[in-house]
Design a protein around this ligand. Sequence first.
Ligand SMILES: CC[C@H](O)CC(=O)C(=O)O
Ligand SMILES: [Mn+2]
Length: 341
Amino acid sequence: MSANRDIILTEVALRDGSHAIGHQYTVEQVTEVARVLNDAGVPYIEVAHGDGLAGSSEQYGRSLTDEMKLIEAAVSVCDQTKVAVLLIPGIGTMNELKQAASLGAKMARVATHVTEADVSPQHINLAKELGMETVGFLMMSHMAPVNKLVEQAKLMESYGADTVYVVDSAGALLPHEVRERIKALRQSLTINIGFHAHNNLSLAMANTLVAIEEGATRIDGSIRCLGAGAGNTQTEVLVAVLDRMGLNSGVDLYKMMDLAENIVAPILKQPQEITRDSLVMGYAGVYSSFLLHSQRAAKQFNVDSRDILIELGKRKVVGGQEDMIIDVASEIANKQNSLKV
Ligand SMILES: CC[C@H](O)CC(=O)C(=O)O
Ligand SMILES: [Mn+2]
């Protein structure tokens, strides 16, 4: 299905978008969205809890529906599109990966913090043994200098990954920083290079185009920006832009526009936009998936969510440290209260 495509898209709304809706996807929603994405010719769609397989927990947020049921539902309506799953070693285990593969998932995206690729070889190996296409997904890529990113990507290549992604989890990278990262990877790796953006600084599309200019061919998007924070590169817009650039994504633009308007928009509680909190996440370099957690903590402790996010950025808090959000909110509240007396 990827033949003749210049750019291979992965639609992530059914995984990354799970953060934006508090992991409340239903089987009906996933079935309906996946059916149209398949019909529109999207080559890959990612389905899982927002934090990847087995993410459903007190720490990350409980899913309304067992993700295996969502994966099964997506696979059942996809005869062209391949279903991908995300797995963060330490959250997801070999067991969930095996289960997802047995349900028909064809791609495993093994995600680690940008400096921790060395926790991924077992999962990459297992995915290969299961016959899955395998992606190494280097999250929070803005936090590492270019030489470190290259070192980590080479590790993933050496473990057998077919593709390595630069993941701008915080939507913090500027276009020249994307350019130097993708260029350096292109010069050092022989496998595919991918790019995953978040739109917190309104740079997702610009950064994606820079990544493509430098040789990234695997690109993530979320339809109607249904992703964490301000969402990802908006898929249907990207399909239109690529077409204007003469690059073939193989995806039907009208079908994507109709899906975005009629089916995905109603799933969102409010339209995706760059709010002050998502803007602060890009500005301070904070994980996009921390948005709702930080807003809840701000309410609970009666503090400004921006102060929480700025402090999380200063402390360089990374995925898996969601408990720090409460700690930081409580510290800010205590400081404020002590100033009042
Ligand atoms: C918490 C996992 C995260 O949402 C993965 C991802 O999409 C990213 O880092 O941007
Ligand atoms: Mn993301």
